[in-house]
Design a protein around this ligand. Structure first.
Ligand code: DX5
Ligand code: ZN
Length: 214
C-alpha cells in the first residue's frame, strides 16, 4: 500500500497558518491533518469549521479532519460544508448506530468516513462498524496535545487490525522516523505527524524520512 504522510497543523504556527500549510504541501505531504478539539472530550481547544473553510481556500491537499469532540453528529454538517475530504469520529463519542448513520451521511457527501480509537480502547469496540468505514485512525497517544511520546503497545493493535481490515490504517501521535518503520511494518499506511514535521529544520526531509522508513 502507498504510504501517505499527513502533517498535523496542531504543531504549525497558527499566526502563519497558510504559509506553514504551503510549506508542507510543497514538501510532498499527501494529506493535511487537522485536529479539532472541544475542551470536553479532550483537555484542549483548537479550531472549528470556520478555520477549516479558510484552510480549504489555501491548499489543494486533501483535508483529513480529526474530530476530538463530544456529540460529533451536531457538527458534522458544518465540517462537511467547510470542505473536509476525510472526517474521523472517535468511537468513544458515539454509539455504533450513530456512527453508522454518520458514515452513511459522509459517504453520500463523498467525504471519507474514519473511526478513531484511543490507546485504551480495544479493537472489539469498532469491529461491528468497520464495514461503514473508509479508514481507521489508531491513536498512539492520549488525544489532546502534540509532542507526546508514542505508546508502543498500540503496535500490536495495528497488526491485529491489519489482519482483518484491508483499507487505510492511519496512526496518530508521537510519530517520528524512529517509530515510523515499526508502524509501517505493523501494517499502517497513513502517518499523521505534528511536532516531528513542523519542528524539523527541513520539513521535506522529515516527510521523506517518514515515507521511506522501513
Ligand atoms: C493529538 C492529535 C495529533 C497530534 C500529533 O491529540 O490528534 O494529531 O497533533 O502531534 P505529534 O505528532 O506531535 O504527536
Ligand atoms: Zn490528530
Amino acid at each position: 500500500m502507498k504510504i501517505k504522510i499527513a502533517p498535523s497543523i496542531l504543531s504549525a504556527d497558527f499566526s502563519a497558518l497558510a504559509s506553514d500549510i504551503k510549506r508542507v504541501e510543497r514538501a510532498g505531504a499527501d494529506l493535511l491533518h487537522i485536529d479539532i478539539m472541544d475542551g470536553c472530550f479532550v483537555p484542549n481547544i483548537t479550531i472549528g469549521p470556520v478555520v477549516v473553510k479558510h484552510i480549504r481556500r489555501v491548499t489543494s491537499l486533501a483535508l483529513d479532519v480529526h474530530l476530538m469532540i463530544k456529540n460529533p453528529q451536531d457538527f458534522i454538517d458544518a465540517f462537511i460544508k467547510a470542505g473536509s475530504d476525510m472526517i474521523t469520529v472517535h468511537i468513544e463519542t458515539v454509539s455504533a448506530l450513530q456512527f453508522a448513520n454518520l458514515a452513511k451521511k459522509l459517504r453520500r457527501k463523498k467525504v471519507k468516513a474514519g473511526v478513531s480509537l484511543n490507546p485504551d480502547t480495544p479493537l472489539s469496540k469498532i469491529k461491528k462498524i468497520l464495514k461503514f468505514t473508509d479508514f481507521v485512525l489508531v491513536m498512539s497517544v492520549y488525544p489532546g496535545f502534540s509532542g507526546q511520546k508514542f505508546i508502543p503497545s498500540v503496535l500490536s493493535k495495528i497488526k491485529e487490525l491489519r489482519r482483518i481490515y484491508k483499507k487505510d490504517i492511519s496512526v496518530d501521535g508521537g510519530v517520528n522516523a524512529e517509530v515510523a518503520a515499526k508502524i509501517i511494518n505493523s501494517g499502517a499506511n497513513i502517518l499523521a505527524a505534528g511536532s516531528y514535521i513542523f519542528g524539523a529544520k527541513s520539513v521535506k526531509k522529515a516527510i521523506q524520512s517518514l515515507r521511506n522508513a522501513k
